[in-house]
Design a binder for this molecule. Structure first.
Ligand code: ZN
Ligand code: ZN
Length: 250
């Protein structure tokens, strides 16, 4: 988070009560202590998950420590770290941020990330942290990229360059929500590209891609493919909320 914004938040939290983004109770923080404790006790990262795609492992997959899908059809990305499941406590706050432009929710969501994820990720080194981009048309209609609003406030190693301009997205009118993984993968092909200004800067780079929601993984897989085609050596996904039952498994 930028220093001035940090100071402003600190002053506000002392002077003005905040509504908790989960339970709505007014107190000093954007995420109240009770909700933080509940979130921590049940967060997705407490469970045995596939380190590559973030899905919870089934009993038969525990010995391999990777899910069957990643073994048979390995994605381009190398690691995935998710804060919580999509169906959990943070979904409504994320919807308020995305669909009702409640930017205050970004503070609460990042507060959850910084308190629950930073410790386990503090030794992770990377050259870049970039959000999944929106198309220019989508960015214009929403007014902001929710993944960047979250990623730019995350506490991480100072040497990780946060940059929302490297990765770009073409406009695509088709809705993704109800498609299965195979058709989403086809629909999303060639949707992302590297900003020519940054061409060459990804050679041997390690990259973290931040997404607010990971569903089938098709979007993040296509992004990782583009990043690796442009020289990236390692791609890690940081995901706020993970859908645990993608269409490919149902
Ligand atoms: Zn609360
Ligand atoms: Zn997996």
């Amino acid at each position: 988070m930028r220093p001035i914004e940090n100071i402003f938040q600190a002053i506000c939290s002392h002077l003005l009560p905040s509504a908790c983004i989960v339970c709505g109770v007014f107190q000093r923080h954007t995420l109240c202590l009770d909700c933080l404790i509940q979130l921590e006790s049940d967060q997705l990262s407490n469970y045995e998950c596939c380190p590559q795609c973030g899905l919870t492992l089934e009993v038969s997959e525990l010995t391999e420590k990777r899910c069957g899908e990643c073994i048979t059809n390995s994605p381009y990305f190398d690691e995935t770290h998710c804060l919580d499941r999509y169906e959990g406590r943070l979904q409504s706050a994320l919807h308020l941020l995305k669909y009702q432009r409640r930017l205050a929710c970004a503070h609460g969501l990042v507060s959850a990330w910084n308190q629950l994820m930073t410790q386990s990720l503090k030794n992770l080194r990377a050259d870049f942290l970039m959000p999944v981009p929106l198309s220019p048309e989508k960015l214009c209609s929403r007014g902001f990229n929710q993944s960047w609003e979250l990623a730019r406030r995350i506490d991480c190693d100072k040497d990780i360059h946060k940059n929302p301009h490297i990765l770009r997205r073409h406009h695509h009118a088709q809705q993704q929500a109800k498609e299965n993984r195979a058709s989403r993968q086809i629909a999303i092909q060639d949707m992302f590209y590297i900003n020519p200004q940054f061409q060459g800067q990804l050679e041997s780079a390690t990259v973290i891609v931040f997404d607010d929601v990971m569903t089938s993984g098709a979007t993040l897989n296509e992004i990782a493919r583009v990043l690796k085609d442009n020289g990236a050596s390692h791609v890690t996904n940081w995901v706020l909320l993970r859908t645990l039952y993608p269409a490919s498994r149902s």
